[in-house]
Design a protein around this ligand. Sequence first.
Ligand SMILES: *Cc1c(COP(=O)(O)O)cnc(C)c1O
Length: 378
Amino acid sequence: MSIPFHVPTITGSESERVAAACRDPSVLQSDGPFSELCADLLRAYLEAENVLFTPSCTAALEIAAMLTVGPGDEVIVPSFTFVTSVSCFTNLGAKPVFCDIREDTLNIDESKISDLVTSRTKAIVAVHYGGISCEMDEIKRIAKDRDIAVVEDAAQALSGSYKNRALGSIGDVACFSFHSTKNYHCGEGGALVIDKPELLARAEIHREKGTNRRAFIRGQIDKYTWVDRGSSYVPSELNMAFLSCQLEHIESVKRKRKSLFDRYVNKLQTLEDAGSIRLPIIPQDCRPSYHLFYMLLQDSASRDKLLEHLQNKGIGATFHYVPLHTSPVGSKLHDGRPLHVTERIHNRLLRLPLYPNLRNEDIDLICREVYDFFGQVP
Ligand SMILES: *Cc1c(COP(=O)(O)O)cnc(C)c1O
């Protein structure tokens, strides 16, 4: 590929900080100084009290699921999302109730949630697609009346906001990803942000293999033992050393991504005005994290042809989610309701490269190829 779809971000100081960690192996104990630094940075950025780092967002979601559901419970989830937003719950015997998405943001359609709530509903999963916020006030209102947990899947959303509140600080529990494809990363990593103290205490146990080791380390109990469900969900301190550099640059990375995103929008506006494509829609109350840049084509055949055209030119364009309610596992768990917007939109979506290393010239070249596909000159 002459322009790859993704290049992981490096802010500059990672290799030095990881080397420093290697020079003094005593700092490599889990939840050590680099985890502390990451926690301070993330807490300050989110204005949130409680942050627990994990080896992945999937691990954070699994803890979130342990906090909220048991066998036979129901969880309202979008179908247009990553597998583990939903499998974390089904792994525990909970049932996914798939909700359709909004035409504009491709996020869960809050106006369709109430009809799906039953006495078994224990959680609503708000996935902020591309780092553009779900309609959190309405989702929280629905959940509050009925004592349902709001879980933010904020994997793509660090640095985004909703009504001036940081995404990942709004729900009862939020999960971030620091996978190398995300805006801020350490190869593989994640974090759990928790609002309520009683949930935090349980999350610490799930994260420490089902033991009360954290309370022991704090000197709150004499010895630690097996007290609840759990697994090995503590990340390596080497990853935390790397991540701390990334979390020192949240705003500058976001600014860079925004300028590239805005350049795409400017360049492609004429094609949208002509009705050939639809560009991302950002609601008034939302400031995105600019995690991805997508466009919607008129139909799936033209999407596939444009993908092929760009790939032939060495441009790493790609598609996105296969709706989970149509997947081999999801279709068995789905009640069969049509999800009209999800079904109509998913195969018209095409993503273009977006990462800080991308140059303005790269975007100009990509956009020229898109215009070329439509037989037009930019
Ligand atoms: C990337 C992603 C995940 C999984 O993150 P990992 O850190 O790879 O486990 C979950 N949900 C969404 C929406 C994602 O984009």
